[in-house]
Ligand binder design. Structure first.
Ligand SMILES: Cc1ncc(COP(=O)(O)O)c(C=O)c1O
Length: 360
């Protein structure tokens, strides 16, 4: 049996005809930039997230970049963030001349440790950038209490009800593999503050209002109208897809019982972008190979913590500086949890993992 980590073709079977109709409608309209579909998608996303403002953009990376630009981040400014994330989280800070300041994660949640983050606040801190990693919301109260603007990297967490609540904003990614995925790159920023949303909207299209009058230097961070139209078709399915992920995640503890794996903690809110276990005793890569040899696809999110990435060597971090993040990078393994995973496939994942620990 083959068990993919993700099955976008299976998802397409469910939404294909409606997606094709939406694409045809946009192609026939002759309007390919912004317009009605983008405005309607923003309205629907605002309703789905519960935040009054949603600004759709070109990717999750650009959502981060735009949010930080809208905060006027520049050289000399520091942004406190987690070392356990996709590269874009810290990359966006450095692209604007800012300095990422890495604080360690909590062992249980894999998310930024709020106390460790608060300890790193200095007069230069311009923002704190937690990530809701794997779909589990990061603890934000301790971050809010610092008084520093909080930007939530919610690329992996759409469906968590509190995104962008009492923070500066939350950034989303609609990369195809995300819980809500476009047919290409897309993203969004959701927030509560009308003035901030207006600034995001202005900077999304070169700060121009009206056309050819530029108030600030922005960029081209527009979402494609085609992607917005496709996302409008998929958004109504998101709640059911997330429920299917939750159902699958809830089946794993029984399937993996008796193995030495550390399973994700049970939490009230989790949208299970990834189901990530810890493999002890340096056996992660051996288990991964065994599963691959038995046609079970897995992934390591992430093999290298951001503070030890070669491009950040100038920041002066060393191995051992952020031990929980480094330990996670050595132990984590993501097992299939996607909404189209069948019970048979998931049972097979369990059987194969147990066989590995029973000696193959
Ligand atoms: C945590 C996190 N931040 C940012 C991004 C960047 O999003 P995108 O790939 O849409 O640019 C991703 C996903 O790729 C992500 O997982």
């Amino acid at each position: 049996m083959k068990v993919p980590l993700l099955d976008l073709r299976a998802q397409y079977v469910a939404v294909g005809p409606a997606v094709e109709a939406a694409v045809k409608r946009v192609l026939e309209s002759g309007h390919y930039i912004l317009g009605e579909d983008v405005a309607a998608f923003e309205k629907e996303l605002s309703a789905a997230t519960g935040r009054p403002h949603a600004v759709a953009v070109s990717s999750g990376t650009d959502a981060l970049l735009l949010a930080l630009m809208a905060l006027d981040l520049g050289p000399g400014d520091e942004v406190i963030t987690t070392p356990l994330s996709f590269f874009a989280t810290a990359g966006a800070v450095v692209r604007l001349g800012g300095t990422p300041v890495f604080a360690d994660i909590e062992r249980g949640s894999f998310n930024l440790d709020p106390a460790a983050a608060a300890r790193r606040v200095t007069p230069k801190t311009r923002a704190i950038l937690p990530v809701h990693l794997f779909g589990r919301p990061a603890e934000l109260d301790g971050l809010r209490a610092t008084g520093v603007p909080v930007i939530e990297d919610a690329a992996q967490a759409i469906g968590v009800p509190s995104l962008g609540q009492r923070t500066q904003c939350a950034t989303l990614s609609f990369f195809p593999s995300k819980n809500l995925g476009a047919a290409g790159d897309a993203g969004a920023v959701v927030c509560e503050d009308a003035a901030f949303a207006d600034r995001l909207r202005l900077m999304r299209a070169h700060g121009s209002r009206p056309k050819y009058v530029h108030h600030v230097v922005g960029g081209n961070f527009r979402i494609d109208t085609l992607q917005a139209a496709i996302l409008r078709v998929k958004l109504p399915h998101l709640a059911a897809w997330n429920l299917a992920r939750q159902h699958n995640a809830a089946r794993y503890p029984a399937l993996l019982a008796g193995t030495p794996l550390t399973l994700p903690e049970a939490t009230a809110v989790h949208v299970w972008h990834h189901y990530v276990v810890r493999v002890p005793d340096g056996r992660r890569d051996a288990l991964r190979k065994y599963l691959a040899d038995h046609d079970v696809e897995t992934e390591v999110y992430y093999p290298t913590p951001l503070h030890l990435q070669p491009c950040f060597a100038n920041l002066g971090y060393h191995a051992g500086d952020l031990p929980e993040s480094e330990r996670a990078c050595a132990e984590v393994l993501a097992l299939p949890v996607h909404p189209n995973l069948s019970e048979d496939q998931q049972d097979y994942v369990g059987t194969t993992v147990r066989a590995f620990f029973a000696g193959g």
